[in-house]
Each structure stands twice: as C-alpha cells, then as structure tokens.
Design a protein around this ligand. Sequence first.
Ligand SMILES: C[S@@+](CC[C@H](N)C(=O)[O-])C[C@H]1O[C@@H](n2cnc3c(N)ncnc32)[C@H](O)[C@@H]1O
Length: 250
Amino acid sequence: MPAETQKTEQKQPQPGEKAVAAMFGRIVRWYDPLNRLLSLGLDQGWRAVLAQTALAGFENTADLRALDLAAGTLDVSLALHARRPDAHITAMDFCQPMLERGRAKLKTPALQAAISTATADARALPLPDASFHTVTMAFGIRNIAPRIKAMREMHRVLMPGGRACILEFGSGRQRIWKGVYNFYLDSILPLMGKFFSGDSAYAYLARTIREFPTADELADELLEAGFGSVYHLPLTSGIVRLHVAEKRAE
Ligand SMILES: C[S@@+](CC[C@H](N)C(=O)[O-])C[C@H]1O[C@@H](n2cnc3c(N)ncnc32)[C@H](O)[C@@H]1O
C-alpha cells in the first residue's frame, strides 16, 4: 500500500472552531514572517494571482464590492486594494487577533477607507444576499468544517455573475517534485514552525494539507453549493491551487 494511502486512513477529527481561532490567535505574531519563510517567499505571489483572478472582468465595474473571507492579517485584502484602489473591500475572519494584526497594516487614510474589517464566521455571514461582485478566501477553507457551509455562504452573498476564488494548498497526497515537497511538508515544515513559533500549529498545517481533498472533489462540493461553473489553476506544480467558481448570471 502506498504511503499516501496509509496516511489518509489515519485521518484525525478536525478541531472545532474555537480551537482553530485560538490556534491562529497563538501564532499571530509569527504568522506573516513564517508565511514568507516556510513558503520560500512564494506566498505573496500566490495571493497576487488570486487577487488578479478575483478582479478580472470587473475592470469597468463602478462601486466594485469585494469580500475577503478568512482574511487573517489582510494580505489578500491588500493585494486586492493594490490592483483596485477604488474597490470597497470587506475583510472578515473569526479570529480577532489576526484581524487586529492586519488592521495595523492599514496605515494610510486611503487604505482605511477602502478596507473594512469585521469578526465573522465564514459559515454564517452577517451579510445580505447578492451584495458582492467577488469573494476571496486564501488558505482558509482547509480549516473550515463543514466546508460546504462556507461555500453556500459565498454563493449566497455573491451577485448573479459574481465569482468566488479560493486559494488553498493542493492535496498533500499528491507526490510533487518526486516526493521532495512531500518530505518538506511532513518532516521539515512542522519542525521549523515549532522551532520559530514554539507551537504545534505547523504540524496541524502539514496534516490538514495531507488530508485536503483533490481539486475534483472540491469542484463537486462547489457545484453542490450552487455554483454554475467551476475550474481550477495549479500554481507552483500544484503545491497550491486556485479554485474559481462562478455564480450563474440571471
Ligand atoms: C491560514 S490563515 C489565512 C489568512 C489569510 N487569508 C492569508 O492569506 O494569510 C486562516 C485564517 O482562517 C481563519 N478561519 C478559519 N476558520 C474560519 C471560519 N470558520 N470563519 C472565519 N475565519 C476562519 C483563521 O482565523 C485564520 O485567520
């Protein structure tokens, strides 16, 4: 039996939302620098592709409204703002310390006017139906159970013809770079994360990447959530994938 198959059979239960929020609260100080270090500097490029894809086709849309879910320390919101300074960006996350860290990056009046933040669970958004042109979520969906609830909420708050863009690690069950990436994920990343942050959150990161579904499984869930068409783009040999789901135009 291949090693990857054995790992999926030992799947552990997903921690509840309080445990997930508390975990991000513990590592908040380390979150941005470790993102840069552990992704070998690639993470901001992935977010740039996400922002570009989320905004594509809305170049002439006035009063553009974007929702950044599981927004954390606001790197995606900032990437959206860099491309569309006129867009109204709402950033939501259920971990208050992550959002506070992000708010400290809103240093100019223009940034403060464009990006508003609120604490909310992506599975139950305090937002009206059909109120956003585009929704983003980077490295959030892996932490959410059940995922379909968040996908249904994304679909509900999007206007007809709107788009949800979900950036997430690919399933770690897939061998990448002849297994070099998988070795990094399973053995090096948790050790480095523990060394710098003193927390086991990075072992959780490696485990949830290993257990994450394939792009096709995720596409089926997005269709089940109501989206009309779904596709995905592999980034960096599929280490990360951008899942794009369009809501039907009326
Ligand atoms: C890995 S961080 C990603 C942050 C940011 N999007 C980025 O690109 O760096 C995951 C974030 O998802 C948030 N999160 C997890 N489950 C959530 C949920 N059900 N509702 C809202 N936020 C959630 C966590 O609090 C955390 O800030």
